[in-house]
Ligand binder design. Structure first.
Ligand SMILES: [Zn+2]
Length: 126
């Protein structure tokens, strides 16, 4: 397990590290949460299992803020008991999130005071 592996991005290495599949093996069911709406949903990994989770960004389909993957259900965390399970049947990316994720940099007309942090964040708490 601890041997280091040089990942050849072009090679057929079948066991990629840092995939959602690896995360799921470690943590089981995971969640994505929006700190703006204080809502969360089960993380659906359909089509994502072989994706490098370090490159994947999630966003809230309701408000477009970045959404964070967490390994503990938010309502079981101290201070997050008011988070609301809000599964969206067929979530669509919020237009603001599409712009952000595709690297378009729209002039920021939207007030940006909701404490959205730059950069990716995988919740390190267990
Ligand atoms: Zn939201």
């Amino acid at each position: 397990m601890a041997r280091s592996v040089t990942v050849d991005m072009t090679g057929p290495w079948p066991h990629k590290p840092y995939t959602f599949r690896a995360l799921q093996k470690t943590f089981g069911l995971m969640w994505v949460r929006c700190d703006t709406c204080r809502r969360y949903a089960a993380l659906r990994l359909t089509g994502l299992l072989d994706v490098d989770y370090r490159t994947k960004r999630f966003s809230c389909s309701r408000c477009g803020s970045e959404a964070w993957v967490c390994v503990v259900e938010p309502t079981k965390e101290k201070g997050m008991q008011d988070y609301c399970l809000d599964e969206v049947e067929d979530p669509q990316r919020h237009p603001a999130a599409v712009d952000r994720l595709t690297g378009k940099r729209p002039r920021r007309k939207v007030a940006h005071s909701s404490g959205e942090l730059p950069g990716r964040k995988i919740d390190p708490r267990r």
